[in-house]
Ligand binder design. Sequence first.
Ligand code: HEM
Length: 602
Amino acid sequence: MDGSGAVLYCTIKRASHQQVPNATVSLLQRKPRAGSSREGGREREREREREAGGKTESREDMETWKWLMKVAGTSVILLLAVLKVGLTFWWRPRRIEEHFSKQGIRGPPYRFFIGNVKELVGMMMKASSQPMPDCSHNILPRVLSFYHHWKKIYGCTFLIWFGPTVRLAISDPDLIREILVSKSEFFEKNESHPLVKQLEGDGLLSLKGAKWAHHRRIISPTFHLENLKLMVPAVASSVANMVEKWESMSTSSGDVEVDVSEWFQDLTEDIITRTAFGISYEEGKAIFKLQAQQMVLAAEAFQKVFIPGYRFFPTRRNLYSWKLDRKIKKSLVGLIERRKSKAWEGAEEEVEGGPRDMLGLMIRASTQSSAGVSVNDIVEECKGFFFAGKHSTSNLMTWTAVLLAMHPRWQEAAREEVFRVCGARHPPSKDDVVKLKTLSMIVSEALRLYPPVIAMIRRATADAELGSYKIPRGTEILIPVLALHHDQSIWGNDANEFNPARFAEGLARASKHPFSLVPFGLGVRNCIGQNLAILQAKLALAIILRRFKFRLSPKYQHAPTVLMLLYPQHGAPIVFSRLVNQEAPHDQGSHYGCGSKMAAKV
Ligand code: HEM
């Protein structure tokens, strides 16, 4: 028992000792005594008084006991609360530290209640206060500063405390393969932050077990390469629209400066809408516009201090977000009903031979009665698609464009390949895109150096063995994708250099370990949209490379940072110059900002 418990216990004892003697006296006084009638009358009177007094006293006794019970009850509750706090915030963390330290795993020491959060936030804030010098690709110390710092002290497997929750950071590719592939049944996806959960919905991203497997089976055909190839003309026309807008904005010298991180978001939104909604594109676009607004609200809230339960308060922001949510649901339900009735009328036949969109596949599954797919399931999947697909792909395209602007010789090599493979065909055909090998290498290198998803988290569902380690149930595991991708022991001394040539003989030969490139995750829960993301990035870049040469704007500041995904903290302004007569230029002389320094490196 701790101090406060002992104080409460003494209070109860003292209270009972004060009351019990009075009660005992009153019981002893109740015995009748012999005497005269006058005496007897007085005696009866006294008796009545005593009885009245006794009744009052027994009422007092009752009150006292009630009070005692209340005190005892409250004390027990308080004691239990104190025990729970002690258990959660002190005893359990100590036990876990001890358990891992016996296995040689240590980490920054746990601090009561806050864990390592204070130091962690301090390091992250300091790191993101300055842009990176010389546009270096050694971004780990800036983006995951706490990981970089503690890894130097505690080695590549160590503990970090997020409050009383422990996370075991693991960057050994063999262990990562066990977690995500061979022992994935012991390590499930973690519950998302409530704000993220609100956006990602209850679809593939977060579902578990049989329902997840069922949905994944239904949706998968949308993302098969053969199906995606059918979308190439629509995707190309979205890119062409964007490029035409840039051309119309260009100055008389043919130059235009745009922040690609913003433009690529609009582009990916357009393409995700086609993938998800197909023939219902226009209606789907209006819905995704609403979801984009909701995402802005969530991103704002994400940057503020998190107060549990705050999202349920009727604040102005929350009221607006709920209104958007209702509107999104209502529009989606309406759209689904219209598509269903079209399917009944046979109007969907018109698109036979065309690409299969996610909505159509899910609606078809929902009409096959045993499938168990409800309208609400479809609504949740649509939310998840938008969330998972839009920013991740636009970030990939942004970093690839930035890298090509920094490394003009690779830009030139990619352009030369586009002209060679596609010839006069414009836009590139679906088969052309597959043949663009140099561009594939460039995109892989961009995904290695700047993976949009910089970390994955899993939770042990049971006591499990990982390599030689014993992992207790409930342990969260942090897989720092970014650290794995920048590890010199895996990728060689040039791990922090942009060198797409490392992928010349395929992904498997690019490093010392076959599971060291994991931008889309691994195993059964890997990214369902990876083919779409790569196809889209290659197609967009091929079209841009044909029309423009480009360089970093003098305004560009190299400042990769993380807010859910890896993004450029100060945007990505790039200057595009129209190519004369659709010819690939060979003059690589004029580069601004970091570009001029990086040019010497390629
Ligand atoms: C460059 C672009 C993208 C990157 C880097 C990326 C990355 C990832 C990663 C790392 C995961 C696994 C997360 C984990 O295991 O914890 C994942 C899952 C997922 N991604 Fe992507 N993604 C991208 C594009 C897309 C697109 C375009 C879509 C859909 C249109 C999409 C939909 C999903 C879904 C639904 C899942 C969950 C799959 C499941 O659990 O079955 N992603 N993504």
